[in-house]
Design a protein around this ligand. Sequence first.
Ligand code: SF4
Length: 216
Amino acid sequence: MSEPVPIPRGPAETVALARFLAATRAEGPGERTAIWVQGCAIRCPGCFNPHLWGFRGGEQVAPHELARLVLDAGTDGLTLLGGEPFDQAAALARVAAEVGAAGRSVMTFTGYTRSQLDAAVDAGRTDVAALLAATDLLVAGPFQADRIDIRRPWVGSTNQEFVVLSDRFPDLLDELPANPDRVEITVDPAGRVAVNGWADPDALDELLAGLRASHR
Ligand code: SF4
């Protein structure tokens, strides 16, 4: 078994933002604002976002400014995706705490396991503890390409674990089977295609190939 990846310590003053999506119904319960961050130390084989692995790049945004953008979007809450949110836990904890204090929920995806995060907290990582404390719903564990999950929504592989950390989602675990996976595809006026959400990878490939063909 390979050694767990040490969790990098990101700065508290800025978030390296890769993508901001004001409203989506494909990244967690209800309508949510989604933030993809730049940088991931985990590097799961088969990851769908390898362009988000590098720690250089992304737009540097102050946590308060990002929280205001989320709250202005007026959705049910915030979903943090990556890249790896816990690789910049200090700054994202500030965003998540501000969003939570305004009554919105926070869902955080991580490639670290729950036990890795707990071990980091036990070892004194206050940044990890702060992001966990500001998260209502955690989806934990690395993506495993040989264990694709076609039953539960939002997650990529069957090893990934839903962890409810607050009382904001009291019935979520029971309601998972009723939530289908969704994919959202946006084509902007310049013809750029953006995809978010999750579906069976073969079905998604077929869909995108058809979209590219019809666009040509
Ligand atoms: S943790 Fe997420 S972003 Fe990082 S390599 Fe794994 S699937 Fe990709």
